[in-house]
Design a protein around this ligand. Sequence first.
Ligand SMILES: [Zn+2]
Ligand SMILES: [Zn+2]
Length: 343
Amino acid sequence: MKVVIWGCRGSLPTPLTALDVRAKIERALAFAADHDISTPAARQYLIDHALPFWVHGTYGGNTPCVQIIGPQAVKGCKEYILCDAGSGLRSFGDAMARAEEERACRSTGDVTPTTTAQAQPRAGARFHILLSHLHYDHLQGFPFFRQAWAAGSEIHFYGCHPGMQEAVERHQGQPFFPVQFDKLPASIHFHILEPEKDVNLAGVTVQPFMQDHPGDSYGFRFTYEGRSIVYSTDSEHREHANHESYGFLRHFQDANVVIFDAQYPLREAIYTKENWGHSNNFIGVELAVRANVGHLVLFHHDPVSSDRVLDDLQHATQSYADMCAPLGKLRVSIAYDGLEFEV
Ligand SMILES: [Zn+2]
Ligand SMILES: [Zn+2]
């Protein structure tokens, strides 16, 4: 399987400001002053191997949307699995339309380049969108999902909240959006899932499970050919998570990857933001070690966390993981928009 992160920010989209970009340029120029940057290869090397990620990149500002890639084509139909419909869903839809356009141009020999804005989605794809819950940051990308505006697209929503359909439709109702949900040309369906009951989506086994969050949220465990990915965002782990008998651990047990809500630093999570429905990086490590997880991906970043803060968070979390488990046993990554990895 493969994972692509299209949106990793929690609560609301968080774009960089002009000052943020300027600070990155300033730092890069200061750093470059002591290095050879006379050739493209030297500059490339500096960017890739010397500058920290917070300087040469950004963790990004889109709200949650994660693509799980399994066998993809089932019975001749292109199928896509997505977790949540935050603003990252727009980036997924745009990238997909652009890739389809380029493929079509190649097959017809037409080399006319198109911009992403011109690329038209092709009919015949089926999208499976699993909603962890119905808060804005997990829905707000859908009205801008290009494939919802294409006749011939098939979109299936899945979730465990009985009010899911009403919430998705209302979110795109008057006076919040100019075009009403029932005017979308795509064929759209809703499916209520039962917690802890497996379903098969596009060849991948999916099991939803309940999480501690205001109004409840649900995580999803994906299994395909013996490999497992757990998507667990908007989920609080309180003091009783330290007990040996913490039942929630079974959802993480032996997973290859856990995408984990680590929105708040430990101090805030315990003292000022208890009951807000989110977790911290340290409890993520402890649960991952106890459940024998291979790769922990920190996710749902706080909008107030800068790229530099998130860089530090990744290093501190990896150090803690190396203290809690034999060196290299638990790999820690921090999600950014555009991150892709094999599972
Ligand atoms: Zn959220
Ligand atoms: Zn939430």
